[in-house]
Structure formats: C-alpha cells, structure tokens
Design a protein around this ligand. Structure first.
Ligand SMILES: [Fe+2]
Length: 196
C-alpha cells in the first residue's frame, strides 16, 4: 500500500536495488537498507524548494549516455526525468577547496527529504549534478551517507586519493567524515541517500 505519487515510488524502488549493488562498500549498503526501511512509509509535509539553478541544465547531458539502457541505472535515469518538475533544488555556497565555478556549476535535486518531491526530515534521497570540470568543496555532515554514480566522477575522502567508483559503483561516508567530489570532462550525476 502506498499513497505516494507513482514516479516517486518507482524511483524509491529502483534506488533501493541500486544501493544494494556489490559495487558499493558494505557500510554503504548497510546504511542504505536502514534508509529504505524508513522510506517504506511515505511522509510529506508539502514544502517544495522549487527554485531551479543554472546547473539543472546539465541533467540531460549527464544522463544521455545511460537513459536508453535496459538496466536499473537506465530506469532510474528515466524516472529522474519524469520526476524533474516535482523536485526540490538546493546548492552549497560554502566550504574550502571548491573550484571557482562550483557554485554555478552544481545543483542538488531532492527526491525524498526537506523541500523535495516528498518533503520529510528522517532521511534524504536525491542526486547531485555538476557541470564538467567542477571540484565541489570539502565538507562533512553528521548524517552518514552513501552514493551511487550515474556517470564518471571522482570522490575523495579525508586526504586520500581521488577515486572513480565507476557507473553503478559508489562510496560510503561515515558520520562527520570529510569528503569531496569532482567532475572530469563530462557532466556528473550521482545519487545519494542520508540517514538524518
Ligand atoms: Fe556529503
């Protein structure tokens, strides 16, 4: 039983599978299963951060290589496009070591979480988009999170090396641990979930 709009329910179901991929670290799969447990129950206070930002224009180009694939990533990409008019949008404007273009060059789309298509406060499920050649600032946050990549892209944790987990692969960020991400010569899109 669900009183959720169909496209949100479809996305949650596909995302739950993608976050259980064996291309993710075990801790990423573990936090995701706790998040998707909470997502079994829809909850929406109706708040919508509907203001779009310039980097929304990179969503189509980021998804173009996967959108017609008969895979879970392809199905998730098609659902993002169906959901796009209903999403909430935010962007970060603080943090160190971000590239000069990072503010205009990125946006976060919220599917389930504050101001998103299903506005709630116990979890976050959404995605980040970056223009080519953007380095997102170092940051940390108390909630634990996991990512799954829809495109090429690199992540760095603390002072470690930059790594590209590959499409369908991902990372896990422990609570409060510093991390960053960057795009290469193509637009970047990665989905995340946080336990808040
Ligand atoms: Fe983060």
């Amino acid at each position: 039983m669900s009183n959720r709009p169909e496209h949100i329910e479809t996305f949650v179901r596909i995302a739950e599978d993608l976050f259980q991929s064996d291309k993710l670290p075990e801790a990423g799969r573990a936090v995701a299963s706790r998040i998707f447990e909470r997502l079994r129950i829809p909850s929406d206070d109706g708040k919508r951060h509907t203001t779009r930002y310039p980097a929304c224009e990179f969503i189509d180009a980021a998804l173009a290589p996967v959108i017609d694939l008969p895979t879970q990533i392809g199905a998730a990409a098609r659902t993002i496009k169906l959901l796009e008019p209903a999403l909430g949008w935010t962007r970060r404007t603080t943090g160190s070591h971000g590239s000069d273009n990072y503010i205009e060059g990125h946006v976060h789309g919220m599917i389930c979480g504050p101001g998103g298509a299903e506005s709630r406060y116990d979890v976050q499920l959404g995605f980040s988009v970056m223009a080519p050649n953007v380095r997102y600032p170092d940051h940390s946050h108390p909630p634990e999170e996991a990512y799954v990549l829809f495109t090429a892209g690199e992540f760095r944790q603390k002072d470690g090396d930059w790594v590209n987990p590959g499409i369908g692969g991902g990372i896990h960020n422990a609570p409060g641990s510093q991390h960053a991400m960057r795009s290469g010569s193509n637009p970047f899109l990665a989905m995340w979930c946080l336990l808040t």
